[in-house]
Unconditional design. Structure first.
Length: 134
């Protein structure tokens, strides 16, 4: 007869359910997008909200690098921010712009945080929030 510790299992399930709810809430907000990038800076996950901000379907963004959806003038700074997160494992937040499918630039605040698996950075999560033009 063995005793099983269900509390760890329940906590993991609860954490997954909370993360799923957070993703749904972010997707429901029309001015917030979420995604994940690999160590090469390519999208591995794109939310409906991020795709909506860019004006493309999520599957069209998946093979792209994050910097490819930014205007040329913003790419070098963003690449440095991305590299810092992926190499140093810290978090970053910075203002930039998204290059939308209609060729317009949409000012955004972008937050990046490393994804760690077994203490190694394997990619990054990003949150993008549209900024109002004044």
């Amino acid at each position: 007869f063995m005793f099983r510790n269900d509390s760890a299992e329940k906590q993991a399930k609860s954490g997954e359910q909370r993360l799923d709810a957070l993703k749904l809430a972010l997707d429901a907000a029309s001015t917030i997008g979420r995604g994940e990038i690999s160590l090469r800076g390519t999208f591995t996950d794109v939310s409906a909200g991020l795709a909506r901000l860019v004006g493309l379907a999520p599957e069209r963004l998946k093979p792209a690098r994050l910097t490819e959806i930014l205007p040329l003038a913003h790419r070098a700074d963003a690449a440095g921010q991305i590299e810092a997160v992926l190499q140093d494992g810290g978090t970053r937040a910075f203002e930039t712009a998204l290059l939308a499918n209609d060729a317009s630039e949409r000012p955004v605040m972008m937050g990046l945080a490393p994804i760690r698996i077994d203490h190694s950075v394997t990619g990054a999560t990003l949150i993008v929030s549209a900024l109002r033009k004044d």
